[in-house]
Design a protein around this ligand. Structure first.
Ligand code: IPM
Ligand code: MG
Length: 353
């Protein structure tokens, strides 16, 4: 199996290095794979002028899975839009048809106090956000900023075909079947036609899953309910933009955005695995970033693309133990705990593996 490793920008290289150490341990236990590095994002712009160079496209097309750190940085914010690092990320998702983005938000009991919400509100939290990743206002045309009647107007297009909605709905229903069989679909159908269609197609798809309890929620209410009573949710199904927003919100329920992994899958379970957080340029290179989201992304890779459930569970178990032993990076630190840096957290995970 070939894993493309795109460390990216900011804290990307540091956190990916720790995830690679975890993979190497599994290799010594018999897991067979090769790692091939590639450039994506700002580092790719620096080297080639493009955020998603041809060589990287070739690499990820032939790879079985992609491990990604994070992309972006303030030095790239003034570049033309086509050259921005984020464009590279969107382009790789589109090129590989990674339409199904799974973002689990799980609260480890040890981190109940790390959340800004009261422990009794978040205790036992275990949500899976299924976010559509290759459509919606992120990719819709027309889009742009232009002069109209003497002033600039900015515009984007929110668009979904029923086929796009149906295929992500199936992913969410199947995921719900493996969990508590409750699915909440998020839309804004009181205002937006696009999401009215979303709701209609989700309802149609539900006919094939009579054993899954389907509910619907408007996105503003969903944002509110996530902080009011997050444990009411099992699987949440969202479009691209609502999922982007709600998954950041959900991450804080778990204590830190530094804890959340993600999988972005095509229809054959080829996947790109990345932490949901960004490149955090302010703390890059300081050995303080939390590598656990990236390490947990490796666990998702083993589960979804390589079908190696025992190895995936083993990584997750090691992370649980590390937290139980009191190791904390700055983002999840509480007094009395053992403060470690990025590499120190990697050491602790390796020791428990
Ligand atoms: C995410 C990120 C990306 C997104 C950005 C970096 C383009 O916020 O993966 O959630 O908006 O999808
Ligand atoms: Mg986001």
């Amino acid at each position: 199996m070939k894993i493309a490793v795109l460390a990216g920008d900011g804290i990307g290289p540091e956190i990916v290095a720790q995830a690679v150490r975890v993979l190497e341990v599994l290799r010594s236990d018999g897991l067979k794979f090769e790692l091939e590095p590639g450039l994506l994002g700002g580092c790719a712009v620096d080297a080639t002028g493009e955020p998603f160079p041809e060589a990287t496209l070739k690499l990820v097309t032939t790879a079985d899975a992609v491990l990604l750190g994070a992309v972006g940085g303030p030095q790239y914010d003034t570049l033309p839009r086509a050259q921005r690092p984020e464009r590279g990320l969107l382009a790789i998702r589109k090129a590989l048809n990674l339409f199904a983005n799974l973002r689990p938000a799980v609260l480890y009991p040890e981190l109940a106090n790390a959340s800004t919400l009261k422990p009794e509100v978040v205790a036992g939290l275990d949500i899976l956000i299924v976010r559509e990743l290759t459509g919606d206002i992120y990719f819709g045309e027309p889009r742009g900023i232009e002069q109209r009647a003497g002033q600039r107007v900015g515009f984007n297009t929110m668009i979904y075909s029923e086929a796009e909605i149906r295929r992500i709905a199936h992913v969410a229903f199947r995921a719900a079947r493996k969990r508590s069989r409750r699915l909440c679909s998020v839309d804004k159908m009181n205002v937006l036609e696009c999401t009215q269609l979303w709701r209609e197609v989700v309802v149609e798809t539900a006919a094939e899953y009579p054993d899954v309890e389907l509910s619907h929620m408007l996105v503003d209410n969903a944002a509110m309910q996530l902080v009011r009573n997050p444990r009411q949710f099992d699987v949440m199904l969202t479009g691209n933009m609502f999922g982007d927003i709600l998954s950041d919100e959900a991450s804080m329920l778990t204590g830190s955005i530094g804890m959340l992994p993600s999988a972005s899958l095509d229809d054959k379970n080829k996947g790109l695995y990345e932490p949901i957080h960004g490149s955090a340029p302010d703390i890059a290179g300081k050995d303080v970033a939390n590598p656990l989201a990236t390490i947990l992304s490796v666990a998702m890779m083993l589960r979804y693309t390589f079908n190696q459930e025992p190895a995936a569970a083993r990584i997750e178990e090691a992370v649980k133990k590390v937290l139980g032993q009191g190791y904390r990076t700055g983002d999840i630190y509480e007094s009395g705990m053992k403060r470690v840096g990025t590499a120190g957290m990697g050491d602790a995970v390796l020791a428990n593996l």
